[in-house]
Ligand binder design. Sequence first.
Ligand code: FAD
Length: 466
Amino acid sequence: GDFPIETDTLVIGAGPGGYVAAIRAAQLGQKVTIVEKGTLGGVCLNVGCIPSKALISAGHRFENAKHSEDMGITAENVKVDFTKVQEWKGSVVNKLTSGVEGLLKGNKVEIVRGEAYFVDGESIKVMDENSSQTYKFKNAIIATGSRPIELPAFKYSDRVIHSTGALALKDVPKKLVVIGGGYIGTELGTAYANFGTEVTIIEALDDILMGFEKQMSSLVKRNLKKKGNVDIHTKAMAKSVEETENGVKVTFEVKGEEQTVEADYVLVTVGRRPNTDELGLEQVGVEMSDRGVIKIDKQCRTSVSNIFAIGDIVEGPPLAHKASYEGKIAAEVIAGETSEIDYLGIPAVVFSEPELATVGYTEAQAKEEGLEVTAAKFPFAANGRALSLNETDGFMKLITTKEDGIVIGAQIAGANASDMISELGLAIESGMTAEDIAMTIHAHPTLGEITMEAAEVALGSPIHII
Ligand code: FAD
């Protein structure tokens, strides 16, 4: 056997959950070791949030360059060099992942490369190609993330791809079938549609982006249809795929009728499963659900008191900022602080057209819980900045309690919704009222004024709508 190396806090996985937890634990005086079998930054930085947003913004620029006729701008011969797009995307990812390495080192976190599994409740073994090393820890934080679900009828191959493959295509495909109209499918479908791909989205549920209110997702759907090269089939079941000489033939069923569509690739985005099956968790006694989701308490503690779990492997929305938030909590608890999770202020964003964002309660959720609320709506079309950006599509909806006007939720569909939602998160976290927002002077002309005006609607006295 090898001589175990001792550490205080051992973190498994260096995604947005793990690396943030490691840094915070180090800041709080712990000796920290982080183990990563792949690339620092995890899914988010390497094959998730960041590269997808890079492709989306490149597609957006291309589309805007071609179509700004409304503003008196016409351009000819606008071209995409997709190899360059991919290089640029890669350079963004590299900057961030090397940044994470620098941050970990700067905080004196020991980085160990290899695959970790639990030996017992106090030690793990890390395997790399030709060696293994045991680490003994006082506390461990599991942050091993998730991977795409594979449908039995759609085994992954060169042509049947998941999000990672879709982010790494060498050329813009002529045709792309997307199975699953969740946020990942919708975002990637939109990006490629903007590059000129004919996109067919096949969604089993009643609608795409089912996590959002219909009045929000319908704006996205309308814009996708307006593009002219996107086909959306809802209540449609993807059945099978046949690989042809240089593409795929996908069969799906709508209203009892079978249809087929040919494409270069089929992208399957039907959800992700937690990476908890190869960690030796059973022998340590860490409790999991049938789906492999690790059970934690409000302090991110598993059923084993010195082992914590965060990010995509625990309940809740599988989002990077949730993983990081939990990472900080776990690190603080290990360092003896009394931190606890409160999920109400966690936003969710789709980088669609227009962007969708939500935080806290929706009107329907509040009513389900028996809360008496006011839902105040303000349209982007009544905001000067939105008009001058030529981005008038969308609205904000502010949810406040009827009795005392406390902000408990907000939904935004519109340009820059992803940035605007932060102010509402802050309002919820700090227990602000609609009046607090309305009394805050927002710069003119900005999209932020939409938030101020929605608050005035909630108070019954908006200036810019009747
Ligand atoms: P991960 O980021 O999955 O990191 C886990 C790490 O653990 C990996 O690096 C893995 O190699 C490592 N690991 C696993 N097992 C072991 C082991 N046994 N030993 C050592 N290391 C191990 N979220 C957002 O908030 N916003 C977005 O815009 C967004 N866009 C996305 C787009 C796409 C295409 C995808 C796929 C995801 C997107 N997400 C987005 C989700 C986001 O990427 C995840 O929620 C986030 O990465 C989860 O963080 P994590 O730390 O839990 O795990």
